[in-house]
Design a binder for this molecule. Structure first.
Ligand SMILES: Nc1nc2c(c(=O)[nH]1)N[C@H]1C(S)=C(S)[C@@H](COP(=O)(O)OP(=O)(O)OC[C@H]3O[C@@H](n4cnc5c(=O)[nH]c(N)nc54)[C@H](O)[C@@H]3O)O[C@H]1N2
Ligand SMILES: Nc1nc2c(c(=O)[nH]1)N[C@H]1C(S)=C(S)[C@@H](COP(=O)(O)OP(=O)(O)OC[C@H]3O[C@@H](n4cnc5c(=O)[nH]c(N)nc54)[C@H](O)[C@@H]3O)O[C@H]1N2
Ligand code: SF4
Ligand SMILES: [Mo]
Length: 709
């Protein structure tokens, strides 16, 4: 294994994948300036030779003939571009931005930051720095389709929205997985590339129950408990009620760790089992049984992801999941429910406490100071102070990933300036005045500096660039810095500068934080040391320190809060809900070979069954729908025609279709030809239809009707 290869040099480079939280170690073979093979790094201290097909096919993205490799300027309608030089593009962007800020103020400028940026060093930090330098007060990202309810719940329960709780998989004997499909998604929000191996071991020691409306790849592997879409809140109420009623907890221990459990106990005890069982489709007996197994296990954790995050009670559901872990003594238990330790502490202070700001559209309380992404179109089209006139779209595709891309497209067309940083002309970026070619992660250096906080076996790795930027691509930081420099403004990471280095690059800023972090100091962690001595990555601690979880509870008394105004109001709202409304509910799924709305231009990743509307045989009979035949799906927002797949993998009363398809008008030719539907056209972009506590869009459990088309 050659070490210290420079970018583009022939040989086998060491790197890591930045497509999902698993962050698998990779070997990347370069010949004549091109990547010829991406393989697993068998010597990586945590992934130990694990990777998936997406990591291997990044080569199709890096060398995709449809990739944007030069700055593009709009010449006409959407998607009509000409090639321009970087100087022409940056000069014009800076001039137009200066004029917009002068006329309308910084609040007319904003940015949308997409999912891939979560894996790039300091990316959210320097985008914030860019917006701050301009005086912008709004930012958008993928949070309102993803983690928003969880972030809010972390803030309410522990006082810090940035520090995630997760299961300590190593010693866990019993795991409940609610609304997550780790066999496909690789255990989202947890960095454990060998998650499935860990889950198999948990199942062998005790058990794993997968609560999901679909018999997923994970549910098949372990035990499946079918639940109706958007009804988990009722199941959680039954689980907690059982724990309290049957005394499956230690009140003295709980008093030492949490406030508010008596109020919570009274609230769940007021939820009738019969009503809850009818709402979620899980019987009282099955719920009680699950609660007993959970509380009775030596060690246990209840883990959740997207399936509970985008429903009509997403905050209350996630609050009760934290509560279930806390009440049963799982918080801070080795093999239980923990908060981890990163080598960099970036978010000591919450600059935007929940509720201190509200959105201009829909008057919703902001979580983390992020404006609800579902309102992006209305933020552009609604006149008044703060109306958006300039938008930077960085590493995101909100036309496909958020509700009502059709309305968003029309709004984007009204912007005075839209600038996108992407690898492709996409459904979103085609509306830009400029598309600026960005580097892939193989063309930039990164540190996985923050993900150690979410790892049962924490590690840190520095990956140097494998290739030089392809074509004229540039890193996003460089582009932001060049725009600000032209405007005479400080660079986007100036706030992390020091007298010795007032203007650090992202890696330099991360390095300084690493050197001053808990594993820093003389002879401690630094980029130089990782690069020279630990090219495969370094496990800076053998295991997450479960007991240290309590030190990371942000409240001064280190106790969790199980009750407050939000809980009281949400339980009151729950008690007003009557019997289950009739009708079909739509929810989503993911596929191993696909990543959200991209990687669909790779031939190898787009073979076989890509999308279908999964319908239960009973519903198919009821609505006259045949396997493989077109079906019209109608929601309050829209109607779409898609192909049906009749299968009892989904529960009666629910239908399932993946998001991120329906490509058209972008530069990715194979993706365009594949077809499929943009399922988010059926979701609502009216704030009144979202969960009002967190501003999360309703993406799972959308009421729909079906008919043959
Ligand atoms: N119905 C429904 N909708 C969903 C979801 C769902 O489950 N159901 N999931 C939601 C979730 S969890 C998420 S995270 C969002 C994702 O939604 P978004 O974050 O809006 O977008 P992505 O689909 O991840 O697209 C990423 C874009 O970044 C580009 N890109 C990739 N790498 C880089 C890079 O290094 N630099 C730059 N500049 N660009 C890059 C890609 O070409 C692509 O255009 O979708 C959400 N939407
Ligand atoms: N292969 C692959 N891996 C990925 C991604 C990808 O697109 N492809 N995306 C990455 C991203 S951005 C993210 S955020 C993570 C997401 O990681 P996960 O959340 O694990 O991913 P999903 O497959 O969307 O799993 C959500 C599960 O919730 C279920 N569900 C839907 N509605 C409900 C409900 O009301 N109640 C319950 N209990 N379950 C429900 C769905 O059936 C599905 O099985 O995955 C990441 N990893
Ligand atoms: S599981 Fe696949 S996509 Fe995720 S980091 Fe590993 S190789 Fe990349
Ligand atoms: Mo996500």
């Amino acid at each position: 294994m050659a070490r210290g290869l420079g970018p583009g040099q022939n040989g086998e480079h060491l790197s890591f994948c930045r497509l999902c939280e698993a962050l698998c170690g990779l070997t990347v073979e370069v010949r004549d300036g091109r990547i010829v093979k991406v393989g697993p790094d068998r010597d990586h201290p945590v992934s130990e030779g694990h990777m998936c097909v997406k990591g291997a096919r990044m080569v199709d993205v890096v060398h995709d003939p449809d990739r944007v490799l030069h700055p593009l300027r709009r010449t006409g309608g959407p998607g009509e571009f000409e090639r321009v030089s970087w100087d022409e593009a940056l000069d014009d962007i800076a001039a137009r931005l200066t004029a917009i800020v002068a006329e309308h103020g910084g609040e007319a400028v904003s940015a949308y930051l997409g999912n891939p940026a979560s894996f790039a060093t300091m990316h959210p930090a320097y985008m914030n720095g860019f917006l701050k330098a301009l005086g912008a007060d709004k930012k958008f990202n993928s949070m309102h389709t993803d983690t928003g309810a969880k972030n809010l719940v972390l803030e309410l329960t522990y006082g810090n929205p940035y520090r995630y709780t997760f299961p300590d998989l190593e010693d866990c004997d019993f795991l409940i997985v609610i609304g997550g499909n780790p066999a496909v998604s690789h255990m989202s929000l947890i960095s454990e590339p060998r998650a499935l191996q860990k889950l198999d071991a948990i199942a062998a020691r005790g058990g794993i129950v997968v609560v999901d409306p679909r018999r997923t790849e994970t549910a098949r592997r372990y035990e499946h408990l079918a639940v109706r879409p958007d009804s988990d809140v009722w199941l959680l109420a039954m689980l907690l009620r059982t724990v309290f009623e049957e005394g499956l907890f230690d009140p003295a221990a709980l008093d030492a760790r949490a406030h508010g459990w008596r109020e919570l106990r009274d609230a769940v005890t007021a939820v009738p089992f019969a009503l809850a069982a009818e709402r979620c489709g899980v019987s009282e007996q099955a719920a009680r049984e699950l609660a007993r197994r959970f509380a009775g296990a030596r060690t246990a954790a209840c883990y959740t992801r997207l399936g509970t995050g985008r429903g009509s009670f997403s905050t209350l559901t996630n609050l009760m999941i934290e509560a279930l872990n806390i009440v049963t003594g799982r918080l801070g238990q080795q093999g239980g429910w923990v908060i981890g330790q990163a080598p960099i502490e970036l978010f000591k202070v919450n600059a935007n406490p929940y509720g201190t700001r509200r959105s201009r559209i829909g008057d919703l309380p902001l979580v983390l100071g992020i404006t609800p992404g579902g309102s992006l179109a209305d933020e552009i089209t609604t006149p008044g102070k703060g109306q958006l006139r300039a938008l930077f779209c960085d590493s995101g595709n909100p036309v496909l990933s958020y509700p009502r891309g059709d309305r968003l497209e029309a709004a984007l067309d009204q912007l005075d300036l839209m600038v996108s940083f992407d690898l492709y002309v996409t459904e979103t970026t085609r509306w830009s005045h400029y598309v600026l070619p960005s580097t892939t992660f193989f063309e930039r250096a990164d540190l996985n500096e923050l993900w150690g906080a979410n790892a049962p076996r924490p590690w840190v790795q520095y990956a140097p660039p494998v290739l030089d930027p392809q074509g004229e691509a540039r890193g996003e930081y460089e582009i932001y810095a060049a725009i600000l420099q032209r405007m005479g403004l400080p660079s986007p990471l100036a706030m992390l500068g020091s007298p010795a280095n007032p203007d650090p690059t992202p890696i330099e800023a991360a390095d300084a934080l690493l050197r001053h972090g808990p594993w820093g100091g003389e002879d401690g962690l630094s980029v130089a040391k990782l690069s020279a001595e630990h090219p495969h990555g370094l496990r800076y601690m053998d295991r997450v320190d479960a007991a240290a979880t309590f030190d990371l509870v942000h409240y001064a008394d280190r106790k969790a809060r199980l009750w407050g105004d939000v809980q009281a109001a949400e339980f009151a709202r729950l008690s007003d809900a009557g019997a289950r409304p009739d009708g079909m509910r739509l929810f989503g799924r993911r596929r191993l070979q696909s990543l959200n709305s991209w990687m669909h231009n790779s031939e190898r990743l787009t073979r076989g069954d890509l999308f279908s509307l999964q319908v239960h045989p009973d519903d198919a009979r009821r609505f006259g729908i045949e396997d493989g035949a077109p079906v019209r799906v109608t929601s309050a927002a829209n109607a779409l025609i898609v192909m049906a797949e009749v299968t009892d993998d989904v529960m009666p009363g629910s239908v399932c279709y993946p998001h991120g398809w329906g490509h058209r008008g972008g530069g990715w030719q194979r993706a365009n030809a594949i077809g499929g539907a943009n399922i988010n056209l059926l979701a609502s972009d009216d704030p009144a239809d979202w969960e009002q506590v967190s501003g999360m869009c309703l993406l799972d459990g959308i009421p729909v009707t079906l008919e043959p088309a």
